[in-house]
Design a protein around this ligand. Structure first.
Ligand code: GLA
Length: 409
């Protein structure tokens, strides 16, 4: 029996009506069996209700990846407490493949570096209670030159589903100038047709205003070019997020790229800023450091549960900037319990005393407000709090943040 699946149209609310036509080849005239697959609509809709959390191999290892390194990362995600803090996906980035497809045209893992294949690795990651992601490109080759998925979408989606993949990052290299919508929709349809819930992460670097078209076909989309492990790159990406908050929400997120926390190119203060800003932006928290060899400070930054709670807030509202005087900015993020996350960012070269008020933030009127500091300095990040009737204040280190959760008392 030949089975063909067609995605018809994205309906008004971003839901998809997915019709499945089954064409039994045995009949002279194909019998059209129309069937709305409710479970697939739900799958597409239930994924990534909060920004995905996980790890990806690219920022730490580039193309130098092996089966062992991926397994080590998965083990370390559990033993470091990251899994308990909410991290879930172990994502293999570029260079996992063999340079050629197999005789049937299917992708295959590099036999030297991934000798047991992706299915065995997925089984291992799943056995730790984690999920696994993989990388491909919507062009003829991946950015590192391995076989791309363009015109192989159905075959590749089937391989991913068969291996037990839970998350696909689809890049934009070697795209032959074919329509971006067509390329990414083709893969989205192919993933849906497998029936396996697979988070779909679009990586087209923000080139064609993806927030305009990607929310209806993916769970997250990159909004910028690649992050580098330095302050200027990170803060430049923050600047490029201004105005995008209206496009994010449960199931569909702006992606300012993966984390560099712990990779060594920024100070710990700057990494706290990086992590805090990503949480304010409701960004995917995809760690990009070597989890097996991270310092205790890196681990503490990545597992700060109060900051993670801001990122993962179920209302799914992306934060936005309310004031900017050049070097000092105030960002806020409305949270589901009526409180607000408030972040004072000091981009200047010296320490700054910064203030804002509950009125400016837009909090509901109350006699007083509880201000919980989410980054108390020291070995452990236990919050300390104070009460205020209006002013929120802090001395903020150069390139640092003060981050609070403010709620009516
Ligand atoms: C592109 C992506 C990166 C990474 C590399 C892999 O540059 O934007 O995130 O996946 O390709 O080659």
């Amino acid at each position: 029996m030949k089975k063909r699946s067609i995605l018809f149209f994205p309906a008004i609310t971003g839901l998809f009506i997915f019709l499945n036509f089954q064409l039994p080849a045995a009949f002279g005239q194909p019998l059209l069996k129309e069937n709305i697959i409710a479970s697939q609509i739900n799958q597409a809709d239930n994924l990534a209700q909060t920004p995905p959390m996980g790890w990806n191999s690219w920022n730490a290892f580039n193309t130098d990846i092996t089966e062992q390194k991926i397994k080590d990362a998965a083990q370390a995600m559990v033993s470091s407490g990251m899994k308990a803090a909410g991290y879930e996906y172990i994502n293999i980035d570029d260079a996992w493949m063999d340079t050629v497809r197999d005789a049937e045209g299917r992708l295959q893992a590099d036999p030297k570096r991934f000798p047991h294949g992706i299915k065995a690795l997925a089984d291992y990651v799943h056995s730790l209670g984690l999920k696994i992601g993989i990388y491909e490109s919507s062009g003829t080759k991946t950015c590192a030159g391995y076989p791309g998925s363009l015109h192989h979408e159905k075959t590749d989606a089937e391989s991913f589903a068969k291996w037990g993949i839970d998350y696909l990052k689809l890049d934009n290299c070697y795209n032959e100038n074919e329509s971006y919508r067509k390329r990414y929709t083709e893969m989205e349809q192919s993933l849906l047709a497998t029936g396996r819930p697979i988070v779909f992460s679009i990586c087209e670097w923000g080139v064609k205003d993806p927030y305009q078209w990607a929310p209806s076909i993916s769970n997250l989309w990159r909004t910028t070019g690649d992050i580098s492990d330095n302050w200027n790159s990170m803060i430049d990406i923050v600047d490029q997020q201004v105005g995008l908050n209206k496009y994010a929400g449960p199931g569909h997120w702006n992606d300012p790229d993966m984390l560099e926390v712990g990779n060594g190119g920024m100070t710990n203060t700057e990494y706290e800023t990086h992590f805090s800003m990503w949480a304010m932006l409701a960004a995917p928290l995809i760690a990009g450091n070597d989890l097996l060899h991270m310092t205790e400070t890196t681990r503490e930054i990545l597992t700060n549960k109060d900051v993670i709670a801001v990122d993962q807030d179920p209302a799914g509202k992306e934060g936005y900037k309310i004031t900017d005087n050049g070097n000092q900015e105030v960002w806020v993020k409305p949270l589901s319990d009526g409180s607000y996350a408030v972040l004072l960012l000091n981009r200047g070269e010296g320490r700054a005393f910064m203030t804002t008020t509950v009125e400016k933030i837009g909090l509901q009127k109350a006699a007083s407000y509880k201000v919980v500091n989410l980054w108390e300095q020291g070995n452990s990040y236990r919050p300390k709090s104070y009460s205020t009737n209006d002013l929120i204040r802090s001395s903020v280190a150069s390139h640092g943040v003060a981050m609070f959760r403010v709620s009516p008392e």
